[in-house]
Write a protein that binds this ligand. Structure first.
Ligand code: CAA
Length: 267
């Protein structure tokens, strides 16, 4: 498909697909500051990952040195209230598009994941980080608050008191603390982060794509509603999967060949 983004933005955020695993890589030296063009591009690439049948899972990374040090402060410094009222919906939309990719998404975090960088990592399903990675929502030190989902997604992940402490103080959160509070799921040496995340994503290649989509939507939508409504979301997703070919082959394969041998086609 033709990529109409300007050359510079195409370099700052790249999509690479290898063996059905997509990697969305932010690469804007020195700190991967996420300007408006990058925010929009993240949204475009998220929609491309959602759409393409040849992509089974997604790795989101800033590369081996830094995940992202947040939204671009130099771009925001002279913006007025009106400017940000107009822009903030686009900012959130780019990140939400990542969160809504209906496939497994893993953030591979090296170095700093601060402000919008931490918020971007929060849009993934799980986070694999370097042992020396650093997280934080330091927006308060700029006189603002997280604006790309941090007050909401961080709170849902680690609970309100921990989220408030991190957001109110703007302090840095070490990788060890991030692991302890559930902000991160696995720590590995820095030079193994991307490969570990890619291996996690690769296990879904050839998986039951429609069931994975249903599982993600049931968990994500269910987390926003009361238990009865969540159970109803699950029930409908569960029943709907009985219309898929993957369900038929999955169960027949179990009976004929034993567990875990089915070949799925995402139909
Ligand atoms: N935006 C724009 N430029 C940034 C940046 C950002 N978020 N973070 C770092 N940079 C720039 C620095 O200005 C510096 O540029 P120059 O080379 O032109 O001087 C360069 O990146 C390197 O940064 P430092 O010299 O500060 O490097 P360091 O190693 O001493 O510190 C750091 C690294 C701890 C990440 C520090 O740069 C820092 O604290 N950055 C800002 C973090 C932050 O406040 N993020 C929140 C942004 S607001 C936001 O994200 C809102 C939202 O919710 C969407």
């Amino acid at each position: 498909m033709a990529d109409n983004a300007p050359d510079e933005v195409q370099q700052w955020v790249r999509l690479e697909v290898v063996d059905h695993v997509a990697t969305i890589r932010v690469d804007r030296p020195r700190m991967n500051a996420l300007n408006a063009a990058i925010q929009a591009r993240l949204g475009e690439l998220a929609r491309e990952c959602a759409r393409r049948d040849d992509i089974a899972a997604v790795v989101l990374t800033g590369g081996p040195d830094v995940f992202a040090a947040g939204a671009d402060i130099k771009e925001m410094v002279d913006m007025s209230y009106g400017d940000m009222v107009r822009h903030s919906a686009a900012l959130q939309a780019g990140f939400t598009a990542i969160a809504q990719i209906p496939k497994p998404v893993v953030a591979a975090v090296c170095g700093y994941a601060l402000g919008g960088g931490c918020e971007l990592a929060l849009c993934a399903d799980i986070r694999i980080a370097a042992e020396d990675a650093t997280f934080g929502q330091p927006e308060i030190k700029l006189g603002v608050i997280p604006g790309a989902g941090g007050t909401q997604r961080l709170t849902r992940l680690v609970g309100p008191s921990r989220a408030k402490d991190i957001i109110f103080t703007g302090r840095f959160v070490s990788a060890e603390e991030a692991l302890r509070i559930g902000l991160v799921d696995q720590l590995v040496p820095a030079n193994e982060v991307i490969e570990t995340a890619t291996a996690w994503a690769a296990q879904f290649v050839g998986g039951a794509a429609l069931a994975l989509r249903a599982a993600k939507q049931a968990v994500d939508h269910g987390a926003e509603v009361d238990l009865a409504t969540g159970l109803e979301i699950e029930r409908q997703q569960f029943a709907a999967l009985f219309a898929t070919e993957d369900r038929t082959t999955g169960m027949r394969s179990f009976i004929e060949q034993g567990p875990g041998k089915a070949t799925f086609h995402g139909r």
